[in-house]
Design a protein around this ligand. Structure first.
Ligand code: TXA
Ligand code: MG
Length: 360
């Protein structure tokens, strides 16, 4: 269950609807960006917390508002493909094809940075991550601001990424001046992050899958830390990997196996938790719903359409966290979009995994 600390608000956080007033909202937001202030805005993946990506002082405010460690670099968001030229020293050979195919969309590409990118954005690295979002409001905001917008997800550091304006308000009320409300995010998980420095390597899986990338540019590696906790002494390919992520206050347990095995083990864990005086709740799937009659559960989506699970995971974790102190969440095979789902779920669970296909 959630516990929020009281704090003195610095701003009266305003929410503007992009559906009713996109033009007015993006004009007001662009003025704030140009003045070195922060704005939360919708993208097709999750909500971003943006600042002028060429202004070091503005970018520093992002880390303060989120409580983000300063060694975790940000993504620069651009409104047209050619804007990448000012941010990268040169365009890597596979990049043009990737940009032509997947931009605008949920793919972030990493290459050597140019001198105009402040160290505050890249956390001192000599590479920079760039993405051109598909969301129309996001692109209107970037165009009107006239600068690339540096933006992480608009959550307090460590919390699940926000997929509605209300989630952003829950985390950042009083800490930022403006949220543009564009409704629920289409994908619900953050973009795929692909490094083009050396062998193409996925540092964070997302809706653009390894299979889709490999079909276009040949072999694509997947960073080892995607489904495993970082080992002590290991250096993170992507600094974001080493932090506790997406974690509700409730204890999260991921249960793996086929639908029937999974449901049976989930029910056993549920009863045990209740007997111990806990309040468990189940993150279920269409396939297992019939097993959970009379129990507290939410259906995330269909196991055969992993994108439906991706779209509701973060939102469901936030909701369940309001009611439950234990979340029993079903895992799926880590293939195609299932890889992104399992990457986020395992982190939310602090790698507490139970394999229901094994006895005991
Ligand atoms: O969908 C998204 O990507 C969202 C929306 C708002 O665009 N943004 C987002 O940003 O998820 P953030 O900051 O929460 O995640 C960025 C990830 C982090 O894991 C960070 O460590 C990694 O990208 N990253 C950024 N720049 C990097 C770099 N130069 N080298 C390696 N990893 C980098
Ligand atoms: Mg984030």
């Amino acid at each position: 269950m959630r516990r929020q600390q009281e704090e003195t608000p610095e701003y009266r956080t305003e929410i503007i609807s992009a559906i009713r007033q996109e033009e007015a909202g993006t004009i007001q937001a662009a003025k704030l960006i140009q003045a070195g202030e922060l704005v939360a805005f919708p993208t097709e993946t999750v909500y971003g917390l943006g600042a002028d990506g060429l202004n070091a002082e503005a970018v520093k405010k992002i880390f303060v508002a989120k409580g983000r460690p300063s060694d975790n670099p940000l993504i620069e968001h651009i409104a047209k493909k050619s804007d990448v030229r000012q941010l990268w020293r040169k365009i890597p050979k596979q990049a043009q094809l990737l940009m032509d195919t997947f931009w605008p969309g949920p793919l972030t590409l990493i290459a050597q940075k140019s001198d105009c990118v402040p160290d505050e954005v890249t956390a001192g690295l000599d590479t920079v991550a760039v993405r051109m979002p598909q969301n129309k409001t996001a692109r209107a905001l970037i165009s009107k601001s006239g600068v690339p917008i540096a933006a992480p997800s608009a959550n307090r550091s460590g919390r699940p990424s926000p997929t509605t304006a209300q989630h952003v308000k829950d985390d950042l009320d009083g800490r930022i001046p403006l949220i543009i409300d564009g409704g629920s995010c289409k994908y619900g998980l953050e973009s795929t992050v692909l490094s083009l420095v050396g062998e193409p390597t996925i540092l964070r899986p997302g809706a653009i899958t390894r299979e889709m990338l490999a079909a276009l540019i040949g072999e694509v590696r997947v960073a080892e830390s995607i489904l495993k906790p970082m080992q002590e002494g290991e250096t993170a390919a992507s600094p974001g990997m080493k932090y506790l992520h997406y974690s509700p206050n409730a204890e999260v347990i991921a249960v793996l196996g086929n639908p029937e095995q999974t449901a049976k083990r989930v029910l056993a864990l549920y009863r045990k938790a209740e007997a111990e005086g806990k309040t468990p709740e189940i993150a279920a799937t269409e396939q297992t719903k019939p097993f959970y009659k009379g129990k507290r559960f939410v259906v995330l989506g269909d196991r055969n359409e992993p994108e439906t699970l991706c779209a509701s995971l973060f939102s469901a974790l936030r909701d369940m966290d309001e009611r439950a102190d234990m979340i029993l969440a079903e895992g799926i095979p880590a293939e195609d979009e299932g890889l992104a789902y399992m990457n986020r779920l395992l982190r939310a669970a602090g790698f507490h995994v139970i394999d229901a296909s094994q006895n005991g």
